[in-house]
Ligand binder design. Structure first.
Ligand SMILES: [Fe+2]
Ligand SMILES: [Fe+2]
Length: 190
């Protein structure tokens, strides 16, 4: 699918707020690619598609994963929104025709992160957190500044804030996010 066709299709698949967020992530990913000398086109395409499965109802997300042999963990049955990352990666390939494994992987890990991520994985994870439409997270000015100078330190900051946020709400902590933080904490700046 050509990029303009992808945009049109996503405008239909996503609700208005999610489409606005998607554009924010796409352009922010492009800017981060500039700052870190990564392919701007690849970063923008991954940003455009990262939430392509977000607006599918939860029961359909589960059904689509089961039908297509995508493994669902118990945390994902408890919080089915998590599945939009894995399912999004699958749909990016099968519906939107993306073949680049770097892009598919970045979409797959954009919600939880994981240890030792690629540059593109980090660009998408971070762009999702800092795009201009976001305003609720603590520490955003600091995280936004870090994003453009040190991707690893920025990952550590976001993962820590995410874990703090989850435990303050008494929610269950995603084990992959915890593993990701355990890897990135070594890059924390004081
Ligand atoms: Fe997402
Ligand atoms: Fe997102």
């Amino acid at each position: 699918m050509e990029i303009n066709e992808i945009r049109k299709r996503l405008k239909k698949e996503l609700d208005k707020g999610r489409y606005e967020h998607t554009k924010g992530v796409m352009y922010t990913a492009g800017c981060l690619a500039m700052a870190h000398r990564y392919s701007i086109d690849k970063a923008m395409l991954a940003g455009l598609l990262h939430d392509c499965a977000k607006c599918i109802p939860d029961n359909e997300k589960i059904a689509l994963c089961e039908k297509n042999g995508i493994l669902i963990h118990s945390v994902e049955y408890e919080s089915p929104y998590l599945l939009h990352a894995k399912l999004g990666s699958f749909l990016a390939e099968t519906v939107y025709g993306i073949t680049d494994p770097d892009i598919l992987h970045a979409i797959k890990v954009h919600t939880t992160g994981e240890p030792d991520m690629s540059i593109l994985d980090k660009i998408i994870y971070i762009a999702d957190y800092i795009e201009p439409g976001r305003n609720k997270a603590p520490n955003l000015p600091h995280v936004r500044e870090l994003a453009f100078c040190d991707l690893n330190a920025c990952m550590a900051e976001i993962l820590l804030d995410t874990l703090k946020y989850c435990s303050s709400r008494g929610g269950s902590i995603d084990p992959t996010t915890k593993m990701a933080y355990d890897f990135y904490r070594q890059y924390r700046r004081e």
